[in-house]
Design a binder for this molecule. Structure first.
Ligand code: DMJ
Length: 632
């Protein structure tokens, strides 16, 4: 990798350096002897010349005698201006100080491929942690990050699914329903970012229904969790049920509900076209029709991660068809054979049976386990009747996780969740996707049912399983945080392996030599990317709410600062990274919708008041869209 700076950085640094090196006399000369003055002076009288000399001398004395105060005031003004809060440096000294300053030259625009290879700032050391800020200020920083992310998206990609922040354009990776707009909407409501609520809400009102009628193939799961979930949450938070009215901005709440129904009516085809209760993976919106994935199989996590959204839509619309279709999937899965509650990651919509033996809690497996407990929690009023099977499935699965998948790394004993790629009789793999880091949060939520641990203990609500799960949640949250702390950037890779008695590899550490776990965590070259994923901060948020232990907030702040340092793109938005182990990290030209929908939302809530979106009254869908718990 080239060590030279990109042109944009060179230019800015050169400009600043020039300013710093200018002498006081040069500043005044440049201030006073503008082209106009020089022209006038050619014909000026001796008197005028003496007057000018006097001004010159007074100005010189003022600057030389107050240089310290001057530089402080300019630094403060500079700092404030970063936040757009004015640049009123004090008195005449500052005025003189500003006279000689011209606006910095804008960096030349780079072609997209050159943007990608460097960061805008010099980044050769791990992010420094700012511990001076209080939680209110830290929460405000997260809101500023959200505004910056939205600013980039709005400027370069409004209406597209995602922003490509480096090439400054949009891309439709999710079927073209403006997924970032809908994913970001309820985050903006929660943060009180009213302008964004307005912009996103108007876009939904003006464009989304049309797109739903016109667009082609979309994935059932992605569209449900991001777009349907986002609309339903926006409906509730904007006061649609005369409940929470977080904001008055944007269209009338019913717009969100009508759009949600319109979309769900098409998505339902994935269920009704299938010969079994297991839906097809894709829907063509404009036909409308539904289709199998190319290999004919659906992902286990995808078909079992639709129920929170479809259930809530049935509640709101009074039409049970949505809930009935989605719940049939889980009812059907209840009777399928499992390995101590653990399931393979594929399922056939044609046979209704699981396919293959690959068992993991990472991609294609993850949110199956998450929704078992969350759907049970959502149906609180019915919990003891029709839905106990979900709690039973969850309890059995978590026992299975503890028995079959949890191990400790060497030499320092990090608790992790591995995989059984060849089924229960095949070899154990010490591989853990970052996606698995949703599990600590889910375990903690399942143990206390959204109450604090203190309250749950006082009221004797925790049984043996709950206590085991809570302990595992805390251990795994630490491991997930250490996956960040072990790298040079302080950001986790997509996948790690753990060093065990059976498995080791040399020379594949995360690069942070001061991490205690440098020898426990192995990161393979192809797994070193970071997509701005939310799972770890999601779990830190839930664990903070449940245990009230401030260490989870501190860990979240470390992660946020690393995102700020290495993924923020000056022109707007945040980028993914190709390699979190090297400095400076190479950027990847994509800002995933879940950065606005999930990552920043969870960080914001982590640093804020626990009474906002309380966990005993709301359940977050897997894309962090909060939906109210039935009967609460
Ligand atoms: C999100 O779309 C959801 O959280 C999903 O459950 C898993 N993948 C991404 C975030 O990483």
């Amino acid at each position: 990798m080239s060590k030279s700076l990109p042109y944009s950085v060179k230019d800015l640094q050169y400009d600043n350096a020039k300013f710093r090196q200018r002498s006081v006399s040069k500043v005044i000369t440049q201030s006073l002897l503008t082209n106009t003055m020089r022209r006038d002076c050619v014909s000026c009288s001796t008197g005028k010349f003496l007057a000018l000399l006097l001004i010159f001398g007074v100005g010189y004395l003022m600057l030389t005698h107050t240089s310290t105060a001057h530089s402080v005031s300019v630094r403060v003004a500079d700092k404030l201006s970063v936040h757009g809060e004015g640049t009123n440096a004090t008195g005449g000294n500052a005025l003189f100080g500003r006279i000689g300053r011209k606006p910095p030259r804008l960096p030349p625009r780079l072609p997209p491929n050159e943007h990608g290879s460097h960061n805008d700032k010099a980044v050769h050391e791990p992010a420094k942690i700012d511990t001076d800020l209080g939680w209110v200020e830290r929460q405000q920083k997260v809101k500023e990050a959200f505004i910056h992310a939205w600013f980039g998206y709005k400027k370069y990609a409004m209406g597209y699914d995602e922003l490509m922040p480096l090439s400054q354009r949009g891309t439709d990776g999710l079927g073209g329903l403006g997924a970032t707009v809908v994913d970001a909407l309820d985050t903006a409501m929660i943060m009180g970012a009213d302008d964004i609520v307005s912009e996103a809400g108007s876009w939904v009102q003006t464009h989304l229904s049309d797109l739903i009628k016109k667009k082609g193939q979309v994935n059932l799961f992605e569209t449900t969790i991001r777009v349907l979930g986002g609309l339903l949450s926006a409906y509730h938070l904007s006061g649609g049920e005369k409940g929470t009215n977080v904001t008055y901005k944007g269209p009338k709440p019913v717009v969100y509900l009508d759009t949600a129904k319109d979309l769900a009516d098409r998505l339902l085809l994935a269920f009704t076209s299938s010969p079994t209760p297991i839906p097809f993976s894709d829907v063509v919106l404009h036909d409308p029709s539904a289709h199998r994935a190319p290999d004919g199989l659906s992902s286990t996590s995808e078909v079992s991660t639709l129920q929170l959204e479809f259930n809530y839509l049935s509640t709101l619309s009074g039409d049970p068809k949505y809930s009935m279709a989605a719940m049939k999937v889980l009812e059907h899965m209840k009777d399928l054979q499992k390995v101590e509650g653990l399931v393979p990651i594929y399922i056939s919509p044609d046979s209704g049976e699981f396919s293959g033996e690959n068992i993991r809690l990472g991609s294609r497996g993850d949110s199956y386990y998450e929704y078992l407990i969350k759907v049970w929690l959502q149906q609180r009023s019915n919990r003891d009747n029709n839905f106990t099977y979900l709690h039973d499935m969850y309890t059995e699965a978590m026992k299975g996780v503890r028995h079959r998948l949890v191990k400790k790394s060497i030499p320092n004993g990090l608790v992790f969740v591995g995989e059984l790629p060849y089924g229960p009789n095949g070899a154990f793999s010490p591989k853990m996707d970052h996606l698995v880091c949703f599990l600590p949060g889910t375990l903690a939520l399942g143990a206390t049912k959204g109450f604090t641990k203190k309250k749950a203990m006082e009221e004797n609500l925790l049984n043996f399983e709950d206590l085991e799960n809570l302990k595992l949640a805390e251990d795994l949250a630490k491991t997930c945080f250490e996956m960040y702390a072990a790298t040079s950037t302080g950001l986790a890779p997509e996948i790690v392996y753990f060093h065990t008695e059976e498995y080791s590899e040399d020379g594949l550490d995360g690069g942070n030599k001061s991490s205690k776990y440098i020898n426990d965590i192995i990161i393979k070259p192809l797994d070193r990317h970071n997509l701005l994923r939310p799972e770890t901060v999601e779990s830190l948020f839930v664990l903070y709410r449940v245990t009230e232990d401030p260490k989870y907030r501190e860990w979240g702040w470390h992660i946020f600062e690393a995102f700020e340092k290495y993924t923020k793109v000056d022109s707007g938005g945040y980028s993914s990274l190709d390699d979190v182990t090297g400095l400076p990290p190479r950027r990847r030209d994509k800002m995933e919708t879940f950065f606005l929908g999930e990552t920043l939302k969870y960080l914001y809530l982590l640093f804020g008041d626990s009474s906002v979106i309380p966990l005993d009254k709301f359940v977050f869908n897997t894309e962090a869209h909060p939906l109210p718990i039935k009967g609460m």
